[in-house]
Structures are given as structure tokens and as C-alpha cells.
Design a protein around this ligand. Structure first.
Ligand code: GDP
Length: 364
């Protein structure tokens, strides 16, 4: 699966948010019998109204959403890049995730200490990002001399990596995240392998007090403007409300939310934003037993999609019978789509499109 690491300074509401995620996960566990529950990982269903339509047409007994994983990455403090606090462990964990969800404190609460004395999400964001940039700079600076030596000795791969490392270092020394490095298309492939923290896609979760959940507050407005100016998505939530809602039985949740002026949970918005941030694509498998959504990276091929379901499906892949979601709905299901010539036979090179309904044919 794909995952987002939750980071942020102490006392911003990370654990509160994470507890809401894991409570939601526990409530969903019946649908995902093979998923183990780990202490620092929450897997949450990605809401997708298309599944209901597919299930209604096919008469599926069950709906199974695709999931996104959230990893609680503790230990970020000022100085983490120098290995202070849980620094080294923190850096190791954050290098592993696909995207970063950065929680910013936007709630005023005299009873909750703020690490730097006052609520200022923009300054907090800058403190955290400086740590992450320093960590990237440090790892690149350690790497460069050895790479240059190998490049001089005629190693082609190292020779290609040196200019990419230098460009990333230029951006970082300029106070910019590595993702802003100016790279050619060829260099991007090399860059991706460097696993830099500040190259990962990032979004902000702006955590406001309960009474501002529907509207946001001055702090979140400022943080949102800051995020937008840097081209980053942000979502306003109240982690305290999320934690409460997650404890309620599913049938009571929407009444409670609407009493607060909210159309859906903040978690649902966080999950959707995370999914968009990762640039993922959803495909479906539909039958009488279940209608199910699955996830692949954009650009994934049909055999790779089959491999998400089972490795044997990928190894023995023959073809994918494919119906676009809109055709499936308009033509009222598989046989209607087949009769209208909208069931395509796609081969090994086919790039999965969002909303494809697949039936894989494979050798065992
Ligand atoms: P972490 O250190 O970032 O994991 O922060 P916690 O989740 O432990 O939250 C720190 C404190 O802030 C706790 O006492 C929470 O109850 C409180 N807190 C978190 N979110 C909210 C919120 O939305 N509103 C209010 N009033 N307090 C919150």
C-alpha cells in the first residue's frame, strides 16, 4: 500500500489525529480481515462514491474501499537533523514514507503548552521544514565526495548522479526544499532514487479548536495562504472533534457532524487530499461477491494492477477485460458494455486509467 507519514512539532495534535485514524481503522477492521493492526500505522478507507454505483448495478454483496496508510512519525523536534531527541530514528522513518502530512497547530488553548510559546503555524512550518532541509543537506554532503571519487574513476552511474546531487544541494543551500531543484527529465529519475525528505510531496493539516472546525480561524487562514503560495494542499480539521466522532457508532456520526456544520469528517478530507497528493489511480473489480477499489501509481500497467490483487495474476497475465467506469454505469454493467462494444481487451503495455473496471485473464 501507499503511505503518508504524519509529522509536526510536539503538542500540535498529532496523537489526537492519529488516534482518530486508528479508531476508524478498528471500526473498519471487519472489512479487511487480513490486515494486521500495528501501533504506529493507521489504515483508512478512501471514500469513493463510484463504488456504491458499481455495487448497485452488479448486485455486489459487499463494498470494499481501497485504503491509505498513515504512519505516526514521532520525534520531530528542533535539532532533529543533528540527531537530537529521537532525531536519527525519526529521519530513518520519514525517509520510508511516500508523502508527508504536516500537522500545524492552529488552536489556542492556554492549557496546552506550545513549544515556542505562542501559536504561529507559519513559523512552526518553517522550523520543521528547516530541520528537514538540513537533514537532506547533511545526507547529500556526506554522499558527494565518495560519488565524485567514483565518477573520476570512470563509474558512469556516479558520474550521472553528481550533477543531480549538486543541483539538489544548490536548492537546499538556497533555503528551498529539494523538490524545487531545477532538473531535466533524465535527472528526475536519478533524483527520485536519492530518497530526499524534502522531495516528497507534502500537505498541511491545520488543526483548529472545536468551535472553528467548520470555518477555520485566523491562524488557519494565515497558514492556508502560506500553503497556497507554495503550491501545497492544506485541510482544516479539529483533531479533537475527529477523535470524538471516531468513537461514535457509524449511524450517529453524520448527525453529530451536521450539528457542527460539517458535511463529512475531516479525516475523509485528509484521506482524499493524501490520495490526490500521491497522484494515485483507482481501478475496480466488480462481481456478485464484492465491488472493490484498488490503488496503483499513475502510469502503472495492466499487469502491475493485476499484481496488486495477487502476484500470480501479474506473473501469468494474459489480458485485462476493461470497461471504463462511465461506460459501466451508462450501459448498466458488464453485459451491456460488452454488447455495446465497450468492453476492451487490453494487453501488457496498457496504462491503467482512473476508473477502469477490470477483469483479469491469466495463466496459473
Ligand atoms: P502531539 O504532541 O502533536 O501528538 O499532540 P497531542 O495530540 O498529544 O495534543 C496535545 C494536546 O493538545 C492534548 O492535550 C490535546 O488534547 C490537545 N489538542 C489536540 N487537538 C486539539 C484541538 O483540536 N483542540 C483543542 N482544544 N485541543 C487539542
Amino acid at each position: 500500500g501507499f503511505n503518508c507519514g504524519i509529522v509536526g512539532l510536539p503538542n500540535v495534535g498529532k496523537s489526537t489525529l492519529f488516534n482518530a485514524l486508528t479508531a476508524t481503522q478498528a471500526a473498519q477492521a471487519a472489512n479487511y480481515p487480513f490486515c494486521t493492526i500495528e501501533p504506529n500505522v493507521g489504515r483508512v478507507a478512501v471514500p469513493d462514491p463510484r463504488l456504491d454505483k458499481l455495487a448497485a448495478i452488479a448486485g455486489s454483496a459487499k463494498i470494499i474501499n481501497t485504503q491509505l496508510e498513515f504512519v505516526d512519525i514521532a520525534g520531530l523536534v528542533k535539532g532533529a537533523s543533528r540527531g537530537e531527541g529521537l532525531g536519527n530514528q525519526f529521519l530513518g522513518n520519514i525517509r520510508e514514507v511516500d508523502a508527508i502530512v504536516h500537522v500545524l497547530r492552529c488552536f489556542e488553548d492556554g492549557d496546552v503548552t506550545h513549544v515556542s510559546g505562542k501559536v504561529d503555524p507559519v513559523s512552526d512550518a518553517e522550523v520543521v521544514e528547516t530541520e528537514l532541509m538540513l537533514a537532506d543537506m547533511d545526507s547529500l554532503e556526506k554522499r558527494l565526495p565518495n560519488l565524485e571519487k567514483k565518477a573520476k574513476g570512470g563509474d558512469k552511474e556516479s558520474g550521472a548522479e553528481v550533477p543531480v546531487v549538486k543541483k539538489a544541494l544548490d536548492a537546499l543551500r538556497d533555503g528551498k526544499p529539494a523538490r524545487e531543484a531545477k532538473l531535466t527529465d533524465d535527472e528526475r529519475a536519478i533524483f527520485a532514487r536519492l530518497q530526499l525528505i524534502t522531495a516528497k510531496p507534502m500537505m498541511y493539516v491545520l488543526n483548529v479548536e472545536e468551535s472553528s472546525a467548520a470555518t477555520g480561524n485566523e491562524h488557519s487562514a494565515r497558514a492556508e495562504a502560506f500553503a497556497t503560495s507554495r503550491g501545497m494542499p492544506s485541510v482544516v480539521i479539529s483533531a479533537a472533534i475527529e477523535a470524538e466522532v471516531a468513537q461514535l457508532p457509524a449511524e450517529d456520526q453524520s448527525d453529530y457532524l451536521s450539528s457542527l456544520g460539517l458535511a463529512e469528517t475531516g479525516l475523509a478530507r485528509v484521506v482524499r487530499a493524501g490520495y490526490a497528493l500521491l497522484d494515485l489511480v483507482t481501478f475496480f473489480t466488480v462481481g456478485p461477491k464484492e465491488a472493490r477499489a484498488w490503488t496503483v501509481r499513475r502510469e502503472a500497467t495492466a499487469p502491475q494492477a493485476a499484481g496488486v490483487i495477487h502476484t500470480d495474476f501479474e506473473k501469468g497475465f494474459i489480458r485485462a477485460e476493461t470497461i471504463a467506469f462511465d461506460d459501466y454505469v451508462t450501459l448498466n454493467g458488464e453485459s451491456g458494455a460488452r454488447d455495446a462494444g465497450k468492453l476492451r481487451l487490453e494487453g501488457k503495455e496498457y496504462a491503467v486509467k482512473d476508473g477502469d473496471v477490470f477483469h483479469f485473464r491469466f495463466n496459473v
